[in-house]
Design a protein around this ligand. Structure first.
Ligand SMILES: C[S@@+](CC[C@H](N)C(=O)[O-])C[C@H]1O[C@@H](n2cnc3c(N)ncnc32)[C@H](O)[C@@H]1O
Length: 234
């Protein structure tokens, strides 16, 4: 199978849980791609209810505002569980992937969709480093956010959780358009610095930001590679 969409066409999705759903971009992809589904629950620690419900306009759609670790203590059952671009936002991600088993129905799949941090082109390396700076600033502001994981890290979490990969799709994005200049993603890092340090950033942060801005101008910034793994518990 060549793509996630090709896989989704073959699957009756049943009850879907999209963890750390944000505004619902990935849940929307599932709803549009699956052969069928019964219900969709989007869960996020932030209140993204309005955005999620506006984007995922299928049938039987619910939004739950909760940290995933708390939700796992409840009595729930899902057939398709997804985590998109959020492994690096989840504290204790290995434990969470292991404990999801408690809310996974028999024959459930866990779909992991995550950018990765190895085998990068130079513009992707700029993106990785800017993202790492943003993640470090968020951590300092009390929000759990890590730099991107490598493919080895991600496979390590999966194996440690007792999951087996049934289908893997890789999007290296090595021909992605390159954005050159100090705005765009580099500008976003600048905004996060301004939020984190309204009275001026410490020297190490400013130095790193200046390095990355110069890199964004000279080498550019490009979309990171992404892996999608369809997994099931052993
Ligand atoms: C980069 S966004 C990904 C959004 C969406 N899944 C997507 O692919 O577009 C990461 C999301 O993780 C959420 N998040 C962070 N920690 C969480 C937690 N412990 N439980 C649930 N959601 C969490 C954030 O609020 C944020 O919406």
């Amino acid at each position: 199978m060549e793509s996630l969409e090709e896989y989704l066409q073959t699957r009756a999705g049943g009850a879907i849980l999209d963890i750390a759903c944000g505004g619902g971009a990935f849940a929307r992809r599932l709803v549009d791609g699956l052969a069928s589904y019964a219900s969709v629950t989007g869960l996020d620690i932030a209140d993204k209810r309005d955005e999620f419900l506006a984007n995922v306009d299928g049938h039987d759609v619910t939004f739950v505002a909760s940290a995933i670790a708390d939700y796992l203590r409840g009595d729930h059952g899902f057939d398709t569980i997804s985590v998109s671009n959020a492994l690096h936002h989840l504290e204790g991600v290995g434990d969470i992937l292991r404990d999801l088993r408690a809310i996974a129905n028999a024959d459930a799949v866990v779909i992991i969709h995550e950018m990765y941090a190895d085998g990068l082109t130079p513009p992707q390396q700029t993106q990785r480093d800017l993202h790492a700076l943003i993640a470090r600033l968020h951590l300092g502001m009390g929000e759990y956010h890590r730099e991107a994981y490598t493919r080895g890290d991600i496979h390590g979490f999966i194996e440690g959780a007792g999951l087996e990969v049934a289908h893997a799709f890789d999007a290296p994005h090595d021909d992605a358009p390159v954005e050159k200049g100090p705005d765009g993603f580099a500008g976003r890092a600048g905004s996060v610095i301004a939020d984190a340090y309204p009275d001026g950033a410490p020297a190490d942060v400013s130095t790193e930001y200046e390095r990355l801005k110069a890199r964004a101008v000279e080498i550019g910034v490009a979309r990171p590679p992404q892996m999608t793994l369809v997994c099931a518990y052993e």
